[in-house]
Design a binder for this molecule. Sequence first.
Ligand code: TGC
Ligand code: FAD
Length: 388
Amino acid sequence: MKPFEALDFLNLDSELSDDERMIRDTVRSFVSKEVIPYVGEWYDKGQFPKHLIPAFAEMGTLGATIQGYGCAGASYTAYGIIMREIERGDSGLRSFVSVQGALCMYPIYAFGSEEQKQKYLPEMAKGNLIGCFGLTEPDFGSNPSGMRTTARKDGDHYVLNGSKMWITNGTIADLAIVWAKAEDGKVNGFIVEKGDPGFSARDIEKKFSLRVSMTSELILENCRIPASRRLNVTGLKGPFACLNMARYGIAWGALGASMACYDEAVNYAKTRVQFEKPIASHQLVQAKLVEMLSDITHGQLLMFRVGRMKDLGQETAQMISLGKMKNVSNALKHARMTRDILGASGITFEYQCGRHMLNLESVNTYEGTEDIHRLILGESITGIPAYR
Ligand code: TGC
Ligand code: FAD
């Protein structure tokens, strides 16, 4: 297979610091050597490659932006680059790293007590403890405010009841951040540990998407946990703050999937001969390649700008929504276009576009569907929330 050539039409990577470039090269080379040759087989078998966790930890990708607690303390731009490079390999692997860092380590870092941070963060950075994030329920996806999971205070304990659905890393997690309504109806976050009485997880089988990532249901039946495991945040702004972090990473990650597809499409089009010449010589094929190049370049510009603003603490949730909405829907389009350019070959595991295409169907739905982000942006333009 031809070595990966990353599309960087505007030479934006020249804006990276030496440290950021080193992180990019480390993760890119890891993905080329340890992911790309094997990921088709893991996908086919529906296996999460657990053996990669120590390497993800070694490269500093777990909770990469957290200062201290054994974490890398990287810039947000570096974190975005990490997500881009990992998702070039597979969205399911980026999901694993996103959930561990943005959705489990981040809430502990942002809302946890010092004792909670010391207990969990260093072990999570090393990959010795795995986390998951339970917000969605069977009947409440786009609208988490309706959640039915409850947390009742009982002396120095809380008792949790309910279920969480579509939870990445659920069955491999040692701890879950579970969002539940307290008796006053306000949403609170809790750290639930594997082995807590009344807590169980089971995998959702037979998925056609994100097959190298575990997706699970969490069940809480009179699950009793110490009151000290509550996070110090009340209301939906708690989970939404975590989603800002994860959505930011996804907006970068989708660029990686697009870049993988673009590279595959260009290589194939230049070598596949029909009507006595390479298909790349036809205007209709070139138009598709140009559309991909144009979208990717716009997406890269957007995320470099949002990344640098985030490094200065100046980004907004709406900017992140724009990146999540546009870069993921474009990546899905690019995977489909590449699949088309590859003809029948595009449906096999020998190539990446089919796997990216099926993965991106999930990425377009999770962390706020494409249309939910459209409505978030609509509200920011008009001042009118059109969700309800
Ligand atoms: P709303 O009334 O607008 O807000 C409630 C409170 O939250 C605050 N808030 C935010 N805070 C921080 N960041 C944001 N982005 C925020 N958005 C809102 C808001 O200020 C308010 O605070 P306060 O103090 O006044 O109480 O809430 P709403 O229920 O009307 O929200 C509407 C909507 C549609 C935007 C929201 O429900 C939404 O984003 N829905 C999408 C749900 C979603 O994204 N779920 C993701 C689940 S996790 C997941 O998918 C992980 S996949 C991981 C992987 O595998 O990679
Ligand atoms: P619904 O909310 O039922 O939406 C269905 C359709 O209706 C969508 O097209 C949506 O855009 C549309 N719609 C809904 N409301 C409106 C509206 N007001 N206006 C217009 N259209 C609307 N959740 C977690 O908490 N943790 C995880 O780790 C996690 N991992 C996931 C992993 C995978 C592989 C998947 C697929 C999902 C995961 N999720 C996770 C859940 C994910 O966040 C939800 O699937 C997502 O928020 C959408 O919810 P839903 O599937 O219930 O769809």
